[in-house]
Design a protein. Structure first.
Length: 369
């Protein structure tokens, strides 16, 4: 009797970028394989992304490993692998990668995806990656930038670069822009800048807030929407108050309507100081709004300045503010930039394309057993 090949995805916790990737590629994977997803930590079933996933698939479970007991975690994961008996295990992020590699037996095919640069891991995780490097059959790096950060520092396991996918359909659905703006309290003549990302220091939202006084002088009706939660919330709120920007800058926290917020905005500004790929940028490009960002190496892999986006050194306040002003007052050029950006996303990041690359890699590794 024909048996479908078993693929097991191991994650630290189901959510965030990894959860989004699995939601986007799973429709393609389940057509070819028997796929299961296991979280080594507890799953928050109230999370919208988890709810979206389990509505569609019945293949998600949690092991609730004790992260403070290495031996117990190893033993429980090893027993689980023997019970499931997968043909290939694909792990994602930190402890999931390291515990999976440690639990490898002779006939297992182990691969993992490196989702961020090496420097973003704590020292203990970096040591774990190095010690388990030769136990991994293959690695996926989500960008050339991420690959360089590991393989320029002694990593030997074979790898390929496969970008994270995006479900473009969700970003192309038409909306009533004026109606949504009105419902959110924004006037038709107000120009809206948006930033989406975790409120952590390296995402650099403070640089964007700091140029707002100058921008408000140039464009009194300008508004800045900052979408996301994180430990920098209180310090950013204080910065807004100290600069008398309460009527121009809005900290919106976590939102489930990010796609609509992008669609009513005139410019997406990304202020991060480092980035492995920049999914928030790619989502903005998929929405057909112009993107302005600091010229990070990962972003340069898919953005060409003045072709499908804009670059500017965000640390130079005056030139940063002037660049935003120039973009907002040049709507004709922005239309072609936005269309080029959308074309880039469809060509490089569509879920169909990325899922095909996953499937081809799985089949390649399985054929070499």
């Amino acid at each position: 009797m024909f048996r479908k090949i078993k693929i097991l995805h191991v994650v630290n916790v189901f959510g965030g970028a990894v959860g989004r990737i699995l939601v986007d590629v799973m429709p393609h994977l389940v057509k070819k394989f028997d796929v299961k997803v296991v979280s080594i930590q507890s799953i928050d079933y109230s999370e919208p992304l988890v709810q979206e996933y389990i509505r569609k698939y019945n293949n998600l479970e949690s092991l609730k490993l004790n992260r403070f007991s290495l031996f117990k975690a190893y033993h429980k994961l090893n027993c689980y692998f023997k019970k499931i008996d997968p043909d290939l295990i694909h792990s994602h992020m930190g402890r999931a990668d390291i515990f999976t590699a440690m639990s490898k037996t002779k006939n297992m095919i182990i691969m993992n995806t490196l989702h961020c640069e090496k420097k973003n891991h704590n020292p203990l995780t970096q040591i774990g990656y190095r010690l388990t490097d030769r136990r991994v059959d293959w690695r996926i790096c989500i960008s050339q930038t991420v690959a360089r950060s590991y393989y320029n520092h002694g990593f030997k396991s074979p790898y390929s670069v496969i970008y994270n996918p995006i479900d473009i359909n969700g970003f192309t659905k038409p909306i009533n822009r004026e109606e949504i703006r009105n419902n959110l309290g924004f006037k038709p003549n107000e120009q809206i800048i948006i930033n989406v990302g975790r409120l952590i220091k390296c995402k650099g939202q403070r640089y964007l807030i700091e140029v707002m006084p100058h921008l408000c002088h140039l464009l009194p009706e300008i508004k800045l929407l900052i979408v996301g939660d994180g430990p920098q919330y209180n310090s950013l709120k204080k910065l807004i108050i100290n600069n008398n920007l309460e009527n121009n800058v809005y900290l919106l926290g976590y939102r489930q309507d990010v796609q609509n917020l992008l669609k009513i905005s005139d410019l997406f500004v990304y202020s991060a100081q480092w980035e492995g790929l920049g999914m928030a940028v790619i989502e903005a490009m998929a929405t057909r709004i112009p993107v302005l960002a600091h010229p990070l190496p990962a972003l340069k892999e898919y953005i060409i300045d003045n072709h499908n986006g804009y670059f500017c050194n965000i640390h130079l306040k005056e030139s940063f503010a002037n660049k935003i002003y120039d973009i907002l007052t040049n709507s004709h050029h922005n239309s072609s930039i936005a269309e080029n950006a959308f074309r880039t996303v469809t060509e490089m990041f569509s879920a169909d394309k990325i899922s095909k690359q996953y499937i081809e890699l799985y089949q390649q590794l399985l054929s070499n057993r």
